[in-house]
Write a protein that binds this ligand. Structure first.
Ligand code: DAH
Length: 344
């Protein structure tokens, strides 16, 4: 029986050392130490042994069991380590590889232009205000000296929501709102950027929705020359120190006198080319001295206060500054167009 046990041990150790497979290793364990295993089988036969032999064989059998168990545990650990190692290698992340570039967005060209204009006017002492895009007929028209049925209302084809509510056609209503808020008691110096809406058919130069920046300065002794100086500063900062401006007489119901401002064409420097249609000048904005009626409706005494106002279109400014030839480019979000204007 002793030889039998030794043979079992030798065979088991040999098989354990040969295998490289965890499943097979488990099977080997069962084959020797399991309920129907060969070692268990031998131990069962111990009943037939004499009293003297039993403890001796029992001790050997226990030793064999121990040796096989130790060998099994050792091999099991080795195989598990090898498996882990393999897995780690297979799933390894190379942290030294260069990172994949991530596409970073930037402000829209219009946003950049509006921010540039805001900075410019804040530098001249203006505050930045906002007003509602759904506006009343009163603020959009009447408070700006455009009573109902005034023919100049035709200049701005309007989206009406009800008889009294509309989508604002310009940012000028914020003039009236600000004056009323300031109750005729203190000077007003504000700009208002924002979206405006017109019932226009979209094409290269028209959009049913676009942006404007309104400007209003009301104080004692504000003169036309203040308007001219302000617009000159704006033109030179925005389009270059070499630019000249000129004011042409025009008409807006909310200003008297009214002007339109041109800048000298930067393509031909005033000589005349196809950009300025041969005139040497390019129209930029409208403005003028605030009409006494508008001051009065805003709560300012026109005998004491005077002011100037202006309104410009950031799309037009961006188009002229960067040579964009279709206003729809600002709204169709072609990434190839937009990313040309991303500042790093
Ligand atoms: N609101 C005018 C428009 O949309 C632009 C404008 C002209 C605004 C003259 C003004 C102004 O404040 O004084 O066409």
């Amino acid at each position: 029986m002793k030889e039998q046990l030794e043979a079992i041990q030798a065979e088991a150790l040999e098989r354990i050392s040969q295998t490289e497979d965890m499943k097979e290793l488990q099977d080997i364990k069962v084959a020797y130490l399991g309920k129907k295993g060969s070692l268990t089988g031998v131990l069962r036969g111990m009943g037939k042994l004499s009293k003297e032999e039993r403890p001796v064989v029992g001790e050997i059998a226990n030793k064999v069991r121990e040796v096989i168990t130790t060998a099994f545990d050792g091999k099991s650990e080795k195989l598990e380590m090898a498996r882990l190692e393999q897995q780690l290698e297979a799933e390894a992340i190379d942290v030294t590889l260069p990172g994949r570039p991530v596409k970073v967005g930037g402000p829209h060209l219009l946003t950049s232009i509006v921010e540039e204009l805001e900075d410019l006017f804040i530098g001249m002492g203006y505050e930045v205000r906002e007003g509602p895009e759904v506006e009343t007929d009163f603020f959009n028209f009447e408070a700006l000296n455009l009573p109902k049925d005034h023919p100049a209302r035709d200049m701005q084809d309007t989206f009406y929501i009800t008889n009294e509510l509309l989508l604002r056609t310009h940012t000028s209503p914020v003039q009236a709102r600000t004056m009323r808020e300031y109750k005729g008691e203190k000077p007003v110096k504000m700009i208002c950027p924002g979206k405006v809406y017109r019932r226009d058919t979209d094409d290269a130069t028209h959009s049913h929705q676009f942006t404007q920046i309104e400007g209003l300065y009301v104080d004692k002794n504000v003169r036309m020359s203040d308007l001219k100086g302000t617009l000159d500063t704006f033109a030179k900062k925005m389009f270059g120190e070499e630019r000249e401006i000129r004011l042409r007489p025009s008409f807006f119901p909310f200003t008297e006198p009214s002007v339109e401002m041109d800048i000298s064409c930067k393509v031909c420097n005033g000589a005349g080319c196809n950009v300025c249609k041969g005139t040497g000048w390019i129209e930029i904005l409208g403005g003028g001295m605030v009409h006494p009626k508008v001051l009065e409706m805003g709560g300012y005494d026109p005998e004491v206060y005077s002011g100037f106002a202006f309104g410009m279109g950031p799309e037009r400014i961006a188009m002229l500054k960067y040579g964009v030839n279709d206003i729809r480019q600002f709204y169709t979000n072609d990434i190839r167009f937009l990313k040309q204007y991303h500042k790093a």
